[in-house]
Design a binder for this molecule. Structure first.
Ligand SMILES: Nc1ccn([C@@H]2O[C@H](COP(=O)(O)OP(=O)(O)OP(=O)(O)O)[C@@H](O)[C@H]2O)c(=O)n1
Ligand SMILES: Nc1nc2c(ncn2[C@@H]2O[C@H](COP(=O)(O)OP(=O)(O)O)[C@@H](O)[C@H]2O)c(=O)[nH]1
Length: 233
């Protein structure tokens, strides 16, 4: 059940998990638009902190530049205070928790209502990521087939050039996926045991989306979704 703060306000807290390229960002945008949950991307937080040179951002950068995961204590120090500020918002976390230690830290700070886990075939992930282009400053994501920019190679909002990330290349991807599986499995097991895990498997986001949408429609009362939409727009 969503956490009840007072008689009128209900909050809904969800996490979306999945390997690189599984569509977390794409689906999170749809959930944010359709249900008014605030989309909190840990990758975006990291980029913001790096850009504004915060202590955690400077530290995180040293790991990201080497292609490493940012240590748990840095991630939790960055994310948890931000979540604690959002006492009046329903949110969807994307990219956090990645490890069991992060899941335990999150668990001690708030109660989750739902975890969405995306289970997408390896070949599909490779294919998608080979066509993923991003606007580095904002993290906006495009796919040359699925959601191309209006002008090829250029960000829709800023007009700046798009780039392809090195770790989206097939040779790097296999190692990333292996690492994801090892690290995410215990996290998924925890959420399964809590009875809040919902797994979706398909090759197409557009085929998964109706199931996620009906699940959320059933879990999030309409008045909360309307109130959240009104407060985020
Ligand atoms: N909990 C997290 C989230 C992010 N990162 C770091 O931040 C980078 C960018 O994160 P994100 O934008 O989530 O992108 P990816 O890890 O590339 O994930 P995906 O391909 O699934 O979007 C990651 O590569 C990783 O170095 C991290 O260490 N720990
Ligand atoms: N062809 C295709 N591309 C998709 C689909 N869903 C998402 N994408 C694209 O695949 C890439 C990975 O999706 P993204 O949402 O960034 O995944 P994340 O890494 O889990 O956040 C992006 O370029 C998306 O635009 C789909 O159903 N089909």
């Amino acid at each position: 059940m969503a956490q009840k703060l007072d008689d009128t306000k209900l909050l809904f807290r969800a996490v979306i998990m999945g390997p690189p390229g599984s569509g977390k960002g794409t689906i999170s945008e749809r959930i944010a638009r359709g249900f008014g949950l605030q989309h909190l991307s840990s990758g975006d937080f990291l980029r913001e902190n790096i850009a504004s040179n915060t202590e955690a951002g400077v530290l995180a950068k040293t790991y990201i530049e080497k292609g490493l995961l940012v240590p748990d204590h840095v991630m939790t120090r960055l994310l948890l205070p931000r979540l604690e500020e959002m006492t009046c918002h329903s949110w969807l976390l994307d990219g956090f928790p990645r490890t069991l230690a992060q899941a335990e830290a999150l668990n001690s700070s708030c109660e989750l209502d739902l975890v969405i886990s995306l289970n997408i075939p390896l070949e599909t992930l490779k294919e998608r990521l080979s066509h993923r282009w991003i606007h580095q400053a904002s993290g906006r994501v495009y796919n040359m087939c699925f959601n191309p920019p209006r002008v090829q190679g250029v960000d829709d909002i800023t007009g700046e050039p798009l780039i392809q990330q090195d770790d989206d290349k097939p040779e790097a991807l296999v190692a990333r996926l292996r690492h994801y599986k090892d690290v995410a499995k215990p996290v998924i097991d925890v959420y399964k045991a809590k009875g809040i895990l919902h797994t979706f498997s398909d090759t197409d986001t557009d085929r998964i989306w109706p199931y996620i949408s009906s699940l959320l429609s059933a879990k999030i009362p309409t008045d909360i979704a309307d109130a959240q939409r009104a407060s985020t727009h």
